[in-house]
Design a protein around this ligand. Sequence first.
Ligand code: B12
Length: 583
Amino acid sequence: MSIHNPHLILLHPPAVYDFRKNPIMFGPIADGVPSTPIFEMYPIGFFSILEHLGRNGINVRIINLAARMLGSEKYDAEKVIRRLKPIAFGIDLHWLPHAQGSLEVAKICKRHHPDIPVIFGGFSATYFYEELIRYPAVDFIVRGDSTEEPLLHLMKAITHQDQSFSNIPNLVWKDAKDEVHINPFTHVPTELNEFSNNFVPIFKSALKYRDIKSLLPFHGWSAHEWLDYPITPVITCRGCVHNCIFCGGSNNALAMYCNRRKPAFRDPELIAADILKITKYANAPIFIIGDLRQPGKEYAFSILDFLKGVEFENHIVFELFDTVPEPAAYFERVSESVKNFNFEISPDSHDERIRAAAGKHYKNRDIVENIKCALSSGCNRFDLFFMIGLPFQTCESVMETVDWCGYLMEKFGERVVPFILAYSPFLDPGCIAYENPEKFGYKIRFKTLEEYRMAMLAPSWKYALNYETEWMTRDEIVDCTYQAGLKLNRLKVKYGLIDEDSFKATEEKIKLAIDLTTAIDKISEIKDDTIKREKMQELKPKTDMMLDSVINEKRDMVWPAEKKRFGVFHLFKVAIADYLNIR
Ligand code: B12
């Protein structure tokens, strides 16, 4: 095998494989994230897999099928897969909305390459491993939130055709007789220092396979644009100390299905070094994933101290998982270390009882005080995320939440940016509310992976929602989401956060979404399947308009950055030097 022929090809599927043919009204299910409802962003873990396996002699190539298919009607994913000849394919079923797309891509791999093993991994593959391994196109599943090492062992075993699969931790596999084996789930590392937040291996891979397009994490970002404005996440941890009842990445959830008893944190000096390394080659914003105060405020302070005194222009985006107890001192300390900084917090509701029921125990007065101190210390932007679909929450309460957003925008001005979203399409399997629905007033509608696969093919997101609550039916959740979106949009233009044009564009889009929802409800009642299909097909041009954001403008998520590409040249230099081993 030539060095340009990868041993492992990681394929990122679209959420629904045939989204270009099927008319589906995905609605606002991806309004809270930078990707479209096709969820074309691949797991960040692909970076550490590529780096770790590459260091150990296994060449990895990433192909973002979802982004390529979104990018061009003509991109023929099946033809591309047919031409590939790796030793194994890896497919992520990390987010559950990929239930349909991932299995479809696996089928295509097997159709053209019956002898090339197909490996699955990711959170949802881990949760549903028993059911997933029984699909004929799936040969292996590597469970867990840290699969770099077991995957390396697996690739070595496959490459050397040594069939010692039974010693590989976390592995679920089928033998030649299709018998399923479940190996012990023992590889759960408690430290992350080995896995850097580093773009260089990714660029090396782009050079090696002469294909930057397939590495791009988003649709709508041409290679040129992405190089101008690359997303640069810095992962601080795996796991979480908190227990928000709806989060599949919470402490309890990860203990339940990923066997993670406590979160693992990367050392503070390494986090600071990761950030500084990125500032050397890109001036795009840097997202710090995970509240730096999770392991204790000393951890946050030491990262900030490492950054102090170093000049860089990049905007750093910090998360808050709860309010800061002594906000004036904390935000001042941040501003002493970072020139351009932004914060985000998710209070979920303005109603403290609802917030507490969702597992968050901080008060509105503390939120207001935090915003005040952050802004007066020079914070550029303070984002707040609110949610629909919580215990005790009625649509009336959601509307009051939007009023509270108005109050915050009026009080603090344009630097405070609220978003409101429904939990959609799915309440995360493994989260506290999913596992104990009655206790929290939830009704879970789908339980098996096959049900989720089918749900993603539903004509509108209403029928895909996997829950309703004692306080809101699915119809009410959908309707309330649109009403809240309309109201928040009006408040955003009133307080100068958006201009008249973008106000109108969002308003029109929400109204179109409401009309489509009604039209699809009517079509769903038609008994004749052919007529039903025809009627749905007529709506396709309109449902496609929903592939962008619906109730929140996507560009609201873009943090300011100077558009200069000098850094990319530097990055390529580093990558080439690294590639040629001349560093
Ligand atoms: C950061 C984050 C994001 C970021 C960045 C995501 C990214 N590109 O990875 C953003 C904000 C964009 C995001 C978006 C979404 N997220 Co998110 N996210 C997280 C968060 C907070 C941390 C994830 C992380 O950093 N992991 C560390 C990295 C290094 O590891 P990794 O990517 O998980 O990969 C490792 C393993 O999973 C595994 N693996 C992954 N893929 C594969 C494939 C193969 C073949 C193998 C072998 C292994 C493997 O090996 C990797 C290396 O060890 C988690 C919560 C948590 N506490 O974990 C939620 C979480 C993963 N997200 C979740 C959800 C639901 C979403 C959205 C679907 C929400 C939505 N409706 O919009 C979108 C999907 C976006 C898309 N695909 O386009 C749920 C997933 C629940 C589920 N089972 O579906 C979680 C658990 C909690 C939550 N509700 O936010 N998310």
